[in-house]
Write a protein that binds this ligand. Structure first.
Ligand SMILES: [Zn+2]
Ligand SMILES: [Zn+2]
Length: 415
């Protein structure tokens, strides 16, 4: 499910409708663009129908934690994955609904701001409990695998908190979304004592989308995590509340109408089981080819999609791009028109490395037991745009022929 969110424009205050993944917010009223910076999990409130005789400051907000993302795990000789979207009560109160059901899908939520009066019931369930539950949901379908567990990773994850508004009228606790009674004999004072007021750190803040290097405006799509300056040919990511430049390159296309897909080019070293060169990668994943001196001279580099796609596509692209990296010429610092937005952060690509290694292995029975002791150390990262040409419903990489369905890319932006 993709949340629809109301957020007021940081420049003119008008109400703007956003998708959950949006970061670059263009206001249709004042035309100003701002980049949203979130300090922690985003906090949302469901819209309420509290009767007018109840003061807004008496509304109680009950937290629900939400996890949405892909879970990869290795068990026995199997690499499995699952897309999980689940909510969990953030506070242990029996009279509250155990989950929000379809409500967040059916109605737009608002980002919590200082305008939301009332009391926020304190979250007592730790986020780790939610992650454990998400992991449990994926393990249900692997219960029949009676083999040791080796690895788990959460990729493309969103953790957020959605508040359910409540109020007490005549000693009856009501769900303020539906105005249906939940329990008799509720004490407002007792509930309020369990709560806290709004905190400024909860609300995202905004960065002006100007290039820190040359002052020109930065370009990106609404869900772009990386913004580009076409004037001085630089790429920028948000880091601790400011923009910082990141190394990038673009492989030149032969086809004028090429689309460019972003990949994280990660140079790494592994300890535990030592992996230092491309030859080590070929050997440990049992590739059916003779290791050459040139493989030994090439450092260990992975090429992972920097955009969200289904887990199966993510693993296939990561494996094939990494294996066929020798076919790719060196990139140039030349921005192109059709650059697909970066929607998967670098840090999540790093977290996916063990799963990608497992996915690349032809003999999983041999490799998977080595994963727990293995540690990847990123040495260098570069954002690398590769040219793809359209071929029917597919996009095909110009140099190595690896293809991806165009519909898969569109779908991935909703993940
Ligand atoms: Zn505006
Ligand atoms: Zn610039």
């Amino acid at each position: 499910m993709d949340l629809t969110i109301y957020q007021s424009c940081p420049s003119c205050g008008a109400e703007i409708e956003l998708h959950e993944a949006d970061r670059l917010i263009r206001c249709p009223y004042c035309d100003v663009r701002n980049f949203m910076v979130t300090g922690g999990p985003l906090r949302f409130v469901l819209p309420d129908k509290t009767p007018p005789h109840i003061p807004r400051s008496d509304i109680l907000y009950a937290p629900y934690l939400r996890f949405k993302g892909n879970i990869f795990y290795c068990k026995g000789k199997h690499l499995k994955y699952k897309v999980v979207d689940t909510t969990l009560q953030g506070i242990n109160v029996k009279v509250l609904p155990p989950s929000l059901g379809f409500r967040p899908q059916a109605m737009a939520v608002s980002i919590v701001t200082a305008d939301v009066q009332g009391t926020f019931l304190r979250q007592t369930t730790k986020a780790s409990v939610l992650l454990d539950r998400a992991a449990f949901l994926t393990e249900i379908d692997s219960e029949e695998i009676d083999a040791p567990f080796y690895h788990r990773a959460y990729i493309g994850e969103t953790l957020s908190c959605i508040y359910l508004p409540l109020y007490i009228d005549n000693n009856v606790l009501y769900d303020a979304v539906t105005n249906k009674p939940l329990a008799q004999g509720g004490s407002e004072e007792k509930m309020k004592a369990m709560g806290i007021r709004y905190r400024e750190s909860w609300t995202p803040h905004f960065l002006a989308t100007l290039c820190p290097h040359c002052g020109d405006s930065l370009t990106g799509e609404r869900d772009s995590l990386i913004l580009s300056c076409y004037n001085c040919q630089t790429s920028w990511e948000e880091h601790k509340g400011t923009f910082r430049s990141i190394p990038w390159s673009c492989v030149a296309a032969e086809n004028k109408d090429a689309s460019y897909l972003p990949f994280w080019k990660l140079s790494v070293r592994a300890s535990g089981t030592v992996l230092e060169t491309f030859a080590d990668f070929l050997r440990i994943t049992n590739q059916p080819l003779v290791v050459q001196p040139r493989h030994r001279a090439r450092e260990l580099t992975f090429l992972l999609p920097a955009f969200k796609v289904r887990p199966s596509t993510f693993l296939r692209l990561s494996k094939n791009m990494t294996l066929r990296q020798e076919t790719l010429p060196a990139g140039e610092q030349q921005m192109q028109k059709n650059m697909h937005p970066v929607t998967l952060p670098r840090i999540e690509a790093v977290q996916a490395l063990k799963s990608v290694l497992a996915g690349s292995a032809l003999n999983k029975r041999k490799l998977l037991p080595r994963l727990p002791e293995m540690h990847f150390h990123p040495l260098q990262t570069q954002l690398c745009y590769l040219p793809f040409r359209a071929n029917g419903h597919d996009l095909v990489q110009e140099q190595n022929g690896i293809s991806v369905a165009a519909s898969v890319l569109r779908f991935g932006r909703k993940l």
